[in-house]
Design a protein. Structure first.
Lengths: 354, 295, 275
């Protein structure tokens, strides 16, 4: 059975419905991200799990116990807040020991455990400073230490890395994941940063308007998005929308809304006469100076964006703009220039049928 | 097993009750306000209609007695006058506070805030000691031969106004100062940049932007002035009474409770009516909180 | 800006205002040290005889304990009530919260004489509704004065604590609950320490409002149980002799001490300051 099992949760703020039939299963030891645009209800879901808000209907079950009527302070969950919420009037040590003291653990024992966790997050020497006297990155570690020292059933992270600058954030991502594995703690991570969600999680739940659109491993959710929203939110994609007019050997001809026709292959059969949306990720496209097996469409490069490891091209073809990304496999930088005629396309397997 | 479940169920019920009633900490306050504040006011209003006879007799009597109308007039007129003078003095004072160096500004702030902490009786006494016939000013003027008999500086409206203004000035200065420091300097420079004379910039930009502070201060000062009792009692004349003195007179000396209550209700209506009208234009809670918070 | 045009007129005017505001207070202090029998300025000679007269006068000896008891008890009551109420109103989602807030501030708005009149009736006859009457006979008693001053003491602590609460991040309280602290423990270990400056300032203001109160006290006291301000008020209505200056100076000392305490209370603890 899952460690956390949320079933049909509904919640509203006044008139506004924030969560609609929100359901989620999390296994023991898993790292799960709740990802979505702002206002999608991901933070609210976390607040309901922590017990700061109570659902209108539905249930939250952890380890077989229904938490609906359990107040926040009896739920034994560790939370790292977006602004860290360190108690400004207490030393770092007292902050970390606070949860243990609430569990009637003696002061020396609590301090000892707190110091151990502080060394786990590499803050040994800071125990007697106050939150106002340490840096943002250090505050984040203290918040993490404070949340895990109580050995919570679940670790809840609310946009916990977003206040840090980019370099520190990447460092913390790695470290957080390391500590999470070391302690083996089941974690729910709320974020609006797709890269963060993909790199850190065992599974990602992509949310929109109060419910989950897709819940899967990062590679599945990226490579096999269930619908247009998922494909559009995670990474970039070129979208083709129109009616299938003809089929031949697994290749299809689609009439786009503006009347242009485009030919492509797909991994599974489509129905002629029906309307479809097809998505292709830029890095799955091929670009070439001459037509090849996959690069079958002519176009004109309109913009070249060089980004170190890859180059992003904008190509004008069939009355629309196509994003194509190619590896910079040599030391000569981008291969094509703006204004150049090129051929581009993609393997049938790389078509996403949405 | 069953008892454990019952226990858990019980504590859950308690938990639910606690979280559904954030009202619990509010309870002592509600009780205090209802029984110690609203009830007495209600009792007073009730008495004004029932003692000694049921009906509007007390109110008829009030509006048919010239002395009462005069004291209503005195209260309103002196309060108005004090508010007006306070606004003029307070505006200049706040202006120099907002446009001086930090050190001078802090000195001015201290000088206006400190007396607020000093007992009203002490301050009224000090005014008595200076304004009375044998007080400092009259003695001084006499000794340099400017006057033969003492000037009437006390036991009149003048002395009461001086008293009210000196007590209320801080409540005028603080809100005006608060709005003045929020005025964007760049607006003024822009005004000058567009070729306006300093006087035009002041009249067209600075004054209108600082007026909300003047209104807030004036409201506080006017409403407080209406309620003055100690100052007119010690500095005023016996013939021109404030409504507060009038109430005290009927209750404490004449023991005409119903009638005294009636005058009290009229003073209350005057106060609340002013605030009600003002609340159409400004946030009273915010105005009061900000002024007292600045202390 | 227009300093060029206005010159230093506003500043000069302001200093004149300061003189007019402060000089009377200083002069009355100076007059208290006179050795003459009448109030004069400059004082004649130097003596502490008027202070001795005040300290040894039976009137003050009776009233000082009453004033102190009432001020201490009512300020503690008012501040506790106001702190709890402010907490409930800021943190709870209470319908009609604005109206309730207004009620907690209202004792500051209603004229003292009006409130005194209403209290005089109720304190004398009790809380009566139809045939049922509870209480009464509170005029001229210490509990009666404490109840009255509790009411007028509520608004300032309420406003100050409410403002302090507004600056305490809600997530700090959530963090405490998340770590296992009950709502009560959260309040005592997190919220209360963080709003302490507001609570202490509120307490001092409540103390001052009771200690300085004269109107309501004069309605609710008897010749036997009365407060210091009521006695001074009576004396100032009758005769002005140097003992009035002496008692004023002593009250001034109390006021200055309280204002000093207030500025201490409002200072932030060192570790809360941003580095």
């Amino acid at each position: 059975m899952s460690l956390l099992s949320i079933h049909d949760l509904c919640f509203r703020y006044g008139e506004k419905s924030v969560l609609k039939n929100f359901s989620l299963e999390v296994e023991e030891g898993e790292f799960v991200s709740l990802l979505g645009p702002s206002g999608c209800g991901k933070t609210t879901a976390l607040m309901l799990i922590a017990g700061f808000e109570y659902p209108e209907s539905g249930s939250i079950v952890v380890g077989g116990e229904n938490l609906n009527d359990v107040p926040a302070y009896r739920r034994n969950m560790g939370m790292v807040f977006q602004n860290y919420a360190l108690f400004p009037h207490m030393s770092i040590l007292d902050n970390v020991a606070y949860g243990l003291r609430q569990r009637k653990i003696s002061k020396p024992a609590a301090y000892k455990a707190a110091e151990e966790v502080l060394s786990l997050v590499q803050l040994q020497g800071m125990a007697h400073r106050f939150p106002g006297q340490i840096s943002g990155g250090q505050q984040q570690r203290v918040a993490l230490a404070r949340a895990i020292v109580i050995k919570p059933r679940l670790l809840l992270l609310d946009e916990s890395l977003s206040a840090l600058d980019r370099k520190l954030r990447v460092e913390m991502e790695v470290e957080l994941r390391k500590i999470q594995r070391e302690v083996g703690i089941t974690t729910i991570f709320v974020t609006h940063d797709q890269e963060e969600a993909l790199t850190m999680s065992d599974r990602v739940a992509l949310m929109r308007d109060g419910s989950i659109e897709q819940y899967d491993q990062p590679s599945v959710i990226y490579e096999q998005p269930k619908n247009l929203f998922v494909a559009g939110f995670l990474g970039k994609a070129n979208f083709l929308k129109g009616d299938i007019e003809a089929a031949q050997d697994g290749h299809y001809s689609m009439r786009l809304e503006d009347g242009n026709r485009v030919q492509f292959g797909v991994p599974r059969p489509l129905e002629v006469g029906s309307s479809y949306t097809i998505g292709v990720r830029p890095e799955k496209m091929e670009i070439s100076a001459t037509p090849t097996e996959n690069a079958t469409m002519p176009g004109t490069v309109s913009l070249v964006t060089y980004a170190g490891g890859v180059t992003q091209y904008e190509i004008q073809a069939l009355g629309k703009e196509w994003m194509v990304q190619s590896q910079n496999a040599t030391v000569h930088g981008a291969i094509f220039d703006a204004g150049q005629q090129v051929w581009f396309g993609w393997k049938p397997d790389n078509s996403l049928i949405l | 097993m069953q008892s454990v479940e019952t226990h858990a169920g019980f504590s859950r019920t308690i938990g639910r009750a606690l979280r559904s009633s954030p009202l619990l900490p509010l309870l002592p306050g509600i009780l205090a306000i209802v029984f110690l504040f609203l009830w007495p006011l209600g009792q007073m209003i009730y008495f004004s209609f029932t003692d000694p006879t049921v009906g509007l007799e007390n109110y008829r009597r009030f509006f048919q007695t010239p002395a009462e109308i005069r004291s209503l007039g005195t209260t309103m007129w002196v309060s108005f006058l004090a508010t007006l003078l306070c606004a003029v003095i307070g505006y200049i004072y706040a202006y120099s506070m907002a446009n001086s160096s930090k050190a001078v500004s802090r000195l001015l702030m201290g000088a206006v805030v400190l007396p607020m902490g000093v007992n009203l009786l002490v301050r009224t006494f000090s005014l008595q000691a200076i304004l009375r016939d044998t007080g400092l000013i009259n003695e001084l003027l006499k000794s340099i031969g400017l006057i033969q008999s003492p000037l009437p500086l006390i036991r009149n409206t003048f002395a009461v106004s001086v008293g009210i203004i000196s007590m209320e000035l801080p409540f005028m200065v603080l809100p005006i100062y608060n709005t003045m420091v929020q005025i964007n300097r760049k607006l003024l420079l822009a005004g000058e940049g567009l070729g306006a004379t300093p006087a035009r910039v002041f009249l067209d930009i600075y004054l209108p932007l600082s007026l909300p502070g003047v209104f807030a201060g004036s409201l506080i000062v006017f409403v407080s002035s209406l309620a003055y009792y100690v100052v007119p009692q010690l500095l005023g004349s016996g013939s021109e009474m404030f409504l507060s003195q009038d109430v005290s007179n009927w209750i404490q000396l004449q023991a005409e409770f119903g009638y005294g209550a009636t005058v009290g209700v009229i003073l209350l209506i005057l106060t609340l009516g002013t605030l009600l009208i003002a609340s159409l234009f400004m946030n009273i809670d915010k105005t009061l909180s900000e002024t007292t918070g600045a202390k | 800006m227009d300093r060029r045009r206005l010159g230093c007129f506003p500043l000069a005017f302001s200093f004149l205002v300061i003189v007019v505001l402060l000089a009377p207070i200083l002069i009355s202090v100076a007059m208290s040290f006179t050795s003459a029998d009448t109030l004069t300025f400059p004082p004649v000679g130097f003596s502490l005889q008027w202070y001795q007269a005040v300290i040894h006068g039976p009137k003050w000896q009776d009233r000082l304990p009453v004033s102190l008891t009432v001020a201490v008890a009512s300020s503690l009551l008012a501040t506790s009530i106001a702190t709890l109420a402010a907490f409930a109103l800021v943190r709870g989602k209470i319908r009609g919260g604005n109206l309730i807030s207004t009620l907690f501030i209202a004792p500051m708005i209603v004229p003292a004489v009006v409130l005194a009149t209403g209290m005089y009736f109720v304190w004398t006859k009790g809380w009566s509704l139809g045939p049922i009457t509870v209480g009464g006979r509170l005029v001229g008693t210490i509990p009666g004065l404490i109840l009255a001053d509790t009411v007028i003491g509520i608004p300032l602590p309420f406003i100050l604590v409410r403002a302090s609460l507004g600056s305490v991040d809600l997530s700090l309280e959530q963090a405490a609950r998340n770590l296992g602290a009950s709502p009560f423990t959260t309040f005592t270990t997190i919220t209360l320490p963080l709003i302490m400056p507001g609570v202490l300032s509120g307490l001092i203001f409540a103390f001052m409002s009771s200690w300085d109160e004269v109107v309501i006290a004069s309605f609710l006291s008897s010749p036997r149980v009365s407060t210091v301000p009521v006695a001074i008020f009576q004396q100032l209505r009758e005769t002005l002799d140097p003992s009035a200056a002496a008692i004023s100076s002593m009250l001034l000392l109390v006021s200055v001490t309280l204002v000093g305490l207030l500025s201490l209370a409002r200072r932030k603890p060192a570790q809360l300051k941003e580095e």
